[in-house]
Ligand binder design. Sequence first.
Ligand SMILES: *Cc1c(COP(=O)(O)O)cnc(C)c1O
Length: 423
Amino acid sequence: MKLMREKAVLLDKQDKLQPFRNEFYLQEGQIYLDGNSLGLLSKRAEKSTLDLLNSWKIHGIDGWTEGENPWFTLSETLGVQSAHLVGAKKSEVIVTGSITTNLHQMIASFYQPAQSKPAILADELNFPSDIYAVQSQLELKGFDPALHLKKVISHDGQTLELCEIKKAITEDVGLILLPSVLYRSGQLLPMKEIVEFAHKKDIIVGFDLAHSIGAVPHELHNWGVDFAVWCNYKYVNSGPGGTGGLYVHERHHGKMPGLKGWFGSEKEKQFDMDHAFTPSNGAGAYQIGTPHILSSAPLLGSLSMFEEAGIEGIRKKSLKQTDYLIELLEEHVPSYGLKLVTPKSLNERGGHIALEHPSAASICKALKHYNVIPDFRAPNLIRLAPAALYTSYADIFDAVMILKKIMKDKEYERFQNTRNVIA
Ligand SMILES: *Cc1c(COP(=O)(O)O)cnc(C)c1O
């Protein structure tokens, strides 16, 4: 056992990203594996937030145009800083809104139902809020979600097959919304192939990058993806309610957004206070109201770490860590009914792994009792996410040993198998 832990410690010593761990606020004695739900605070994100508060303190109203990071262009500045994470041109990204509000904006802008193509295609495993947004956008355009919201079916209840996705891309579909990485199983979808296939049929394709941004590299521009949305509070560590982001391919720039608001204006024109709206010539056009400056501030610090670490290196470590985690689970917790539902193939795996168990809720509570922070998804899923910037191999080893003890002695049976308010 001691030898095995030494291997984890050695992996940490060899890890080039290891120094970033010291920049995060990790709680003494705790193993945090929930960075795919809410990433931890870093010292840089804390500093950029305090700096921003200070600019308010000093400049008052003039903070919009003065100081190190003028608020008037902060969303654009952060869009430029985020572009490498999604593989986009600088003008194709803006930091704004949340996933759900950005989805409303994207669908309002891109779903222009022609008589022959009224359907929107999503999938039956998607996150509820994404589905709600699609439902209301269909209803707003006079369509019935029961008939016009189509969903790719899943055979195993956890993953989607490319052939099923293709089968569902029928001639009546006008817009496709799929996740990059499925929020439950952690399956990574072949975005490039999906776009290629759908564009041959003249269908708009958008992705929700909630579970891939900050963990997986993207090439949205080269793949020709039409639009994408994401949040920054998961792997990008921008804090609870941190401002999200969106991408729109440059071939769509200059069009009128579905939902207009003054912060989507051409910057030069915004304060003319003209009732005729002139959209910005980039992703910025899809902003609506005054940006959430205080909720964007942590990103300044956080994104600087991603720039330094590089998303390719982060992905490499992330895969190595989930491989290590899977290997340890297979070796130490092979029985006890825990079933890995995440694809093992590297090009189908996002940043987290998921285990199915009928007592998943109790197991998560038992893990928390031992200061291991997992993520529970009803009714029976345990998600474990090593975050490359701050999770160590020793963390992963220790967490699996604790899980083993909980399973072997059935310690989880002491905890109620019901979910708490949040997960
Ligand atoms: C986290 C998450 C959301 C949350 O949406 P918000 O509008 O940011 O609250 C939506 N969809 C998916 C797939 C998610 O993982």
